[in-house]
Design a protein around this ligand. Sequence first.
Ligand code: PSU
Ligand code: MN
Length: 301
Amino acid sequence: MTLPLTYSPEVAAARDEGRPLVALESTIITHGMPFPQNVETARKVEATVREAGAVPATIAILDGVIHVGLTDEELDRLGQAKGVMKLSRADLAVCLAAGKTGATTVAATMICAHLAGISVFATGGIGGVHRGAEDSFDISADLLELAQTPVTVVAAGAKAILDLPKTLEVLETQGVPVIAVGQDDLPAFWSRASGLAAPLRMDDAAQIASAHKLRGALGLKGGQLVANPIPAEHEIPRAEMLPYIDRALAEAEAQRISAKAVTPFLLQRIFELSEGKSLVANIELVLNNARLASAIAKELV
Ligand code: PSU
Ligand code: MN
C-alpha cells in the first residue's frame, strides 16, 4: 500500500537539492491561535525560516493526504476551515482513511517529518503533563513521541499551563534529553524562567546538531527537546501570567473541559484574559524557535 503523502513544490525542490528543511506544525494554526493572526503567523514563521537559509515544511492532512509543505492557498484554507481534526499519533491513520482534514500536533508532526526525512521541527510549546494529572491522567502524547521518533523539536519549553515538574519527570523516565539553550533554567513558554533547573544545557546550534547525530549513532531511538527561551524583550514575567493561568484552569474545570479540548480552551482563555498579550508573546517565541531550528537544520546537512 502506498502512503498518501505529497510534497509542496518548494519542499520537493529542497529535497532534490539536499537543502536544510525545518518542519512546522499545523495545530498551532487551527487550534492554538485565532484567525487571522494564525495565518499571518504561519506565513511569518515560514518567511523567518527562509531568511535563516532553510526551507519551511508546514505539515497537515488535507482531504486524506499528508501534505509536507503547504502552498499559500492551502495554508489560507486550513487557517479558516471549520471542524478540522486535531491529530496526534492515535488519529493519523483514521483521518487518512476517512479522507478528512486534520491539523498535526507536535506528536503527529514528528511522525510525518520523520517519514519525509526531516530531522528538525520548530513549534511554540510542546504538550505535557497537565495539572491535576494524578486524577485526570491527562499526559500529552507529545512526550511519548519524543521518546520514540528521531526528530529534534525546538520549543520554548512546555506550555506554562502544564505541571512542569511532572512533565520533566516523564521526559526523564522516557529518556528524552531536555536541553535549555543559553541558560540553566527551563524556559516556561511566555516567560524565560520557570524556576526549575533544566536537565541539560547547550549554547549553540552546532552542538545541538551534533548531539542529534550522536543519539542516532548510539542507536538510541527518540528525539531531543530543545527548550529555547523567549527573547527578553518579548517575555511576560511569570508572576504576571500565573493569575491568568490559574483563572483559565479553574474555568476549564468548572466547565468540565477534557481531553483534546483542554489545551485550545486554556490558550484561548489566556488570550482573552491577557487582552491579547499572550498571543503577541506566543508569536514572538515561535519566530525565535524557527530561527534556531533553521540553524540546527543547516548544521545537520
Ligand atoms: N504550541 C503552541 N500552541 C499550540 C500547540 C503548541 O504555541 O496550540 C499545540 C501543539 O500542537 C501541541 C498541542 O502538540 O498543542 C498539545 O495538545 P495536547 O495538550 O492536547 O496534547
Ligand atoms: Mn491531553
